[in-house]
Design a binder for this molecule. Sequence first.
Ligand SMILES: [Fe+2]
Ligand SMILES: [Fe+2]
Length: 259
Amino acid sequence: MNTLPQQAEIGEIPVNWCNADAVTSSVMEAVSFVTPVLEVFFIRTVAEGIRTRQDGELVQRCQEFIHEESNHSVVHKRFNATLLGHLGKHPPGLAMISALLDSARKHLSLSKRLALAAALEHFAAVISKLYISHDPRLTFESAFAKELFDMHAREELAHRCVVFDLWRAHGAGGRVARIVTIGVASLAAAMYVGIAVPWILHQKTGRNFAQTLAGLGGFVAKNLTDMLTHTPIVELLSFVRRDFHPKFLVDDSLIPAAR
Ligand SMILES: [Fe+2]
Ligand SMILES: [Fe+2]
């Protein structure tokens, strides 16, 4: 099992460290900040899900999953602490995601929480697949950030079936449950990105509204065709299909090996 380097030196992180572009760097930072919040939910849900399971192979996969997600969280938290040096505080929207997941923990059954974790892990796998396909076009001015995002994407793709299989072992819900789950998860994700990315960008421009708006407008104008043609909406929504299984998302032999 590959794993992220917990002790690797982070070094200097330039303000626009990805593609030398403020918007791209803001998107990556929004993802990095939300990662530990989501992963603690996955870890607790999976740990509860295996308490009553007898299937040794599935339990072992879940334990490896917990180990990997814990490690991702540790390394992202270190990276995020460095980012906070530039930003001053966590982006707004993060508290909303945290509150939603706390509420899910308190009010939803284990099966529904596994459904939510499986849907979010599916999002993580689709985004990781997209990231890996874009990797040759991304330039990083931080070796640590590149290693962090590369390895995280590989590991997310490699363990993409674990939570789904655990959910199925608990009697996965029907189509309506899947539609509601993916709908709620998509809405929360869109709200978070819509709040956090402009806020991070605003900090990067020295809180200059004109530069923030120009940055967002320029990014959309430059990438509109790519966004319209390459956003994997069909793949994201494939979760609601009756015959869906995350193993079909990618050929495992095509996941890049660790360098
Ligand atoms: Fe992860
Ligand atoms: Fe994951």
